[in-house]
Write a new protein. Structure first.
Length: 132
């Protein structure tokens, strides 16, 4: 079995916000159009006008499948980003709780017995001393 990995670029450079130049490789350029955020009818128009593809019922069906595929990838990325943000927020909330406990003189041993880790405790202590 053989495979290939292709890194598709988005329509804009994330660092500058400028439009990315179309790939000189025709296949890559067409694939980037297929996975772009444009709607299916716009993608079909571009493939017909710029790449000379004749829109048959079968090709339209396959383009729709690719559009659905690229949208599901973007949706999965959004969900993954939300999950990651929630995890990070929980970590921060745990550290803030540890800081509050330390401020009211709860001992290290008591804090660790509540299920907090040594690393969390140390991070909270560092934050407390940095803010002092």
């Amino acid at each position: 079995m053989k495979g290939i990995t292709v890194n598709f670029r988005s329509g804009a450079d994330s660092s500058s916000g400028k439009a990315v130049k179309k790939s000189q490789n025709v296949l890559i350029a067409m694939l980037e159009e297929l996975v772009s955020r444009k709607d299916a009818s716009e993608k079909k128009r571009i493939l017909a006008d710029e790449y000379g593809m004749t829109m048959t019922a079968e090709l339209e069906r396959r383009i729709q499948i690719m559009c659905n595929w690229s949208e599901s990838i973007r949706e999965r990325e959004r969900k993954d980003a939300k999950i990651e943000a929630r995890k990070e927020a929980r970590k921060e909330a745990r550290i803030e709780a540890l800081e509050r406990m330390s401020r009211v003189n709860i001992t290290r041993e008591q804090i660790l017995s509540m299920g907090y880790t040594e690393a969390e405790y140390e991070k909270a202590q560092s934050a407390l001393y940095a803010n002092a």
